[in-house]
Design a protein. Structure first.
Ligand code: SDX
Length: 435
């Protein structure tokens, strides 16, 4: 209720204090314990932030038990069904769906900002051909601030919005450039006459540095539709590890390009955005349906470091609504591309074996967004080491939206967690001869 509080009593000292319970539009009540240390001289301990709200946000809401995902209140299923990715990016950034005129202007601005500075393009020449695309993405995005230092006044809302839109526009160009560099093909410039997803596929796969849409190499609209869907599903997800990294970096006043580069670095980990690449590597390791029982047993064995990549989620404990949508699209894409769907059959076998297994049922481990996305990316001829880059392109919309939301609130404090110190007590220095 409006005035409910959380009463915390220290049974040792007998001191107690009441903390207001904040209620949001949806979701759990949140105890405002900011004065806890002052009142009761103690901290809370919550590694991984399992039960800790780091901020208030209006952008995305997840109900992990019901498998609900809302972007600015709209169910992900409805947006995935009807929108183009840039429409969803606009929604996340501005809080409302764009009108036709607003979307036209936004798409024009995104296309206009897709080009990168020729000097930035030369950065790629410094990487070895076999550099991981995520390594290139982190480096190049972090360097963008060197090209826009006249636009880094983070107190100016117009400059903030321009920086955010600039990154959404340039991410596909930088991503495609990292791929072209790794395969030794000429860089392909973005085009004003292509949609966001068409442009990306053209920059990735054009047979020359000019034009991919020639007589026998057109961009299949069904594949563009599948990519658009994947980008929408990956656009945002509350305070996940990479978004929290962007917010923490942003709380220091760092420029938005540095903040997003920090988010890209955090996303790279196999427990987070790197899971889609890890799923494909895991399926390759399992190799055949006959080996599935052996690997399910390995995943359950705590002495074995093997985990079922693409399974489990910190928040979703029944199903990841994104995985449900992607699984359906898998069938469509594989039938369209006539790709060898042995991989999909193997993924289905792993999924079915895990969903029937008591260990996974008891621990509420279900397929997450990453379990099937890699199979679609593979069917789109996206190389495995580009999968997390794909995630980063989409999540840039979420990262910049959270950065904008945080920067709009001048009361945002610098993030600075406390700790429980378990190191040695104070001791005096011993010179070398006396140790
Ligand atoms: C993403 O936060 C987000 O929203 C992320 C994301 C987004 O859109 O931003 O949704 C994207 O990162 C999806 C998750 C991708 N990662 C993976 O698929 C990697 C495999 N999954 C696990 O690493 C794990 O499930 C996490 C990291 C996703 C969640 O970890 P938690 O919530 O910290 O759970 P946990 O590691 O404490 O595991 C709880 C139990 C453990 O067993 P016990 O110690 O209790 O006996 O479940 C087991 C774990 O061993 N477990 C698994 C498992 N995941 C958890 N066992 C086998 N295989 C797994 N995948």
């Amino acid at each position: 209720m409006a005035n409910d509080t959380l009463l915390i009593k220290h049974t040792g000292t007998g001191k107690q204090a009441e903390y207001p319970l904040l209620t949001g539009t949806l979701g759990a009540e949140t105890a405002d314990i900011r004065s806890l240390y002052k009142d009761l001289d103690c901290f809370t301990y919550d590694p991984g932030f399992m039960a800790t709200a780091s901020c208030k946000s209006k952008i995305t809401y997840i109900d992990g038990d019901k498998g609900v995902l809302l972007y600015r209140g709209y169910p992900i299923e409805q947006l995935a069904e009807s929108c183009e990715f840039t429409e969803v990016a606009y929604l996340l950034m501005n809080g409302e769906l764009p009108s036709e005129a607003q979307l036209l202007d936004f798409n024009l601005e995104i296309s206009d900002r897709a080009i990168i500075h020729e000097s930035l393009r030369k950065f790629f020449d410094g990487f070895h051909y076999d550099a991981h695309p995520m390594a290139m993405l982190v480096g190049v995005v972090g360097s963008l601030s060197a090209f826009y230092h006249s636009e880094l006044n983070i107190k100016d809302p117009d400059q903030r919005m321009r920086s955010a839109t600039r990154m959404i526009g340039k991410m596909p160009t930088i991503a495609a450039a990292s791929f072209r560099h790794s395969v030794g093909r000429p860089f392909v410039y973005p085009r004003m006459d292509l949609s966001y997803c068409e442009n990306f596929l053209n920059m990735m796969f054009s047979r020359s540095s000019q034009n991919y849409i020639d007589q026998d190499h057109y961009i299949d609209p069904d594949l563009v539709k599948a990519l658009n869907l994947l980008f929408i599903l990956h656009a945002d997800h509350e305070q996940n590890a990479s978004t929290s990294t962007v917010r923490l970096a942003g709380s220091t006043g760092a420029n938005p390009y540095a903040c997003v580069a920090a988010g890209i670095a955090a996303l790279w980990g196999p427990a987070h955005g790197g899971a889609n690449e890890a799923v494909l590597n895991m399926l390759a390791e399992i190799g055949s349906v006959e080996n599935v029982p052996k690997y399910i047993a390995k995943a359950k064995d705590h002495n074995d470091p093997f985990r079922l990549m693409g399974f489990g989620h910190r928040v979703y404990k029944n199903f990841d609504p994104r995985a449900t949508i992607i699984r359906k699209t898998c069938h469509e894409v594989l039938s369209k591309t006539h790709k060898n769907d042995a991989l999909f059959e193997l993924a289905l076998a792993v999924e079915q074996a895990a969903l029937k297994d008591d260990y996974f049922i008891e621990k509420k481990l279900y397929p997450n967004v990453d379990f099937y996305s890699g199979i679609i990316y593979k069917a789109l001829n996206i190389p495995v080491d580009m999968f997390t880059v794909m995630f980063a392109i989409a999540r840039t919309a979420g990262w910049v939206s959270h950065w904008l939301e945080m920067m709009e609130d001048p009361s945002t404090p610098i993030g600075r967690p406390r700790q429980l110190y378990v190191g040695p007590p104070r001791r005096d220095f011993l010179p070398l001869g006396n140790r």
